[in-house]
Design a protein around this ligand. Structure first.
Ligand code: SPV
Ligand code: MG
Length: 431
């Protein structure tokens, strides 16, 4: 009997799925590869049902002989393992982002004489409506808030990019690239104090107040669904922090990171070039415990950020502080460094992990930017934040355009650097 392979996410099952399963089963003994939660989240949206629940559904559809996980969008691994006589797919993957995944599958099939059977894709208006509804649900505060913890359970390393407006939120939400048989996108967004302040032409010294920071979050939330990590600076007075953390939780933020500094906070990238005061362990632990006690859900994460390496206080101090912060209730720790060489970050992580294998570690590789997410994952680092690159790339482009217009007393010469007029009016999709 021939063997057949078919893969699906199986998050919303409709008649089209049953039809293609029936057609595949007619060709031989059918194995269905169910996309893992991580694979679904990487290319589509966060799955409504988890992997085990989706497997249960597929196992019970007649014609399905075996169910196995498919952990990337790429078919390579499962095709090479199973070497099925037939691979079955709808013909909708000939175009768009799945085109290269199809080409790769054809190459693997050719290597052992397997055959691709494509059936006409049956578009389904009701399915599209359910998909749209599922996406809309992801922006509801309760649903959005819980997703960072869920992502941490699914992936070794979660990536977040800075957003400080509706437009940068849309970039963080929608930017996708196809690479090595997978569709890549950012998992979450970072509402940076540096970029939020810079966008308002203000210094990063806790001058932009919480009302304004929350306004920024709401602009972002209005047009996105991804989880939000909020840069809470020092958290301010404990008496104020306990109110602010609850506001963040209520509106659907997933995580607040506060740093162990007091007094007039300056940006960490200044290091010891400016006067910056580190908080005492006791006082910062008190802030962490008070913040945790104020929360209403277990979804929300309070992460403690340690500035010992920035302030050149040494590795011992950084480790002692982070262990104390976890003991005080922190749901994660962020270790920061402004050195180009990642050695001190790696040494910290190794020593921290010797005693604590679970608490999520967050890094912001602005200086040590040669390290890839794969290398961070190998070292059990859980969240990688690209904290300021959108702001830093937009600013020089805008200055250059302004200078070009001034130089020429007209806009023609600047036009090549600009998005077309037609594109800009279509940039924001209508509801
Ligand atoms: C921010 O993005 O505001 C941060 C990270 O706090 S850093 O600028 O590196 O201090
Ligand atoms: Mg900051």
């Amino acid at each position: 009997m021939s063997t057949v392979y078919l893969s699906m996410s199986a998050d919303i099952i409709h008649g089209g799925h049953i039809n293609i399963i029936n057609k595949a089963a007619e060709l031989g003994e059918l194995t269905v590869g169910v996309l893992t939660d991580e694979a679904v989240a990487s290319y589509k949206r966060f799955p409504l049902l988890n992997y085990d629940e989706r497997v249960k559904i597929i196992e019970n559809i007649s014609g399905v002989a075996h169910v196995i996980p498919q952990d990337t969008l790429s078919y390579k691994k499962n095709l090479e393992t199973l070497k099925p006589d037939f691979l079955v797919h709808g013909d909708n993957w000939k175009e768009g982002s799945q085109r290269t995944i199809r080409a790769e599958a054809i190459e693997v099939l050719a290597s052992y004489g397997g055959v691709l059977k494509e059936f006409p894709y049956s578009g389904n208006a009701e399915y599209q409506r359910l998909e749209d509804e599922a996406r809309d649900r992801l922006s509801i505060p309760d649903v959005r808030r819980s997703r960072l913890k869920k992502l941490l359970g699914m992936k070794t390393t979660v990536s977040a990019i800075e957003a400080h407006s509706g437009l940068t939120g849309l970039i963080a939400e929608n930017t996708k690239v196809e690479k090595d048989g997978e569709i890549r996108q950012f998992d979450a967004m970072w509402v940076s104090s540096l970029c939020d302040s810079t966008a308002k032409g203000k210094p990063d010294i806790e001058l932009v107040d919480m009302t304004s920071r929350i306004r920024t979050i709401e602009d972002i939330m209005e047009v996105t669904t991804k989880p939000i990590i909020f840069d809470g600076d020092t958290g301010g007075l404990i008496e104020h922090f306990v109110y602010n953390i609850r506001t963040l939780e209520r509106i659907g933020v997933s995580c607040c990171i506060i740093e162990d500094k007091t007094g007039l906070k300056k940006n960490s990238l200044f290091g010891t070039e400016v006067v910056q005061t580190q908080d005492t362990i006791e006082h910062f632990c008190e802030k962490i415990s008070a913040g945790k006690a104020a929360l209403k859900t277990s979804d929300f994460m309070l992460v403690a950020r340690c500035e010992s390496l920035i302030l050149e206080q040494g590795m011992e101090d950084a480790l002692n502080r982070c262990f104390a912060y976890v003991k005080a209730g922190a749901d994660g720790i962020m270790i920061h460094s402004r050195k180009k060489d990642p050695a001190e970050i790696f040494e910290f992580c190794e020593k921290f992990r010797e005693k604590d294998s679970k608490t999520p570690i967050v890094v912001v590789p602005t200086s040590f930017n040669e390290v890839t997410e794969e290398e961070f994952a190998k070292r059990n680092i859980n969240i990688v934040i690209y904290a300021n690159q959108l702001t830093r790339s937009a600013f020089p482009a805008m200055v250059e355009t302004a200078e070009t217009i001034l130089t020429n007393h007209r806009a023609k010469e600047a036009d090549d650097k600009c998005m077309s007029f037609k594109e800009i009016i279509r940039l924001i999709p209508e509801q």
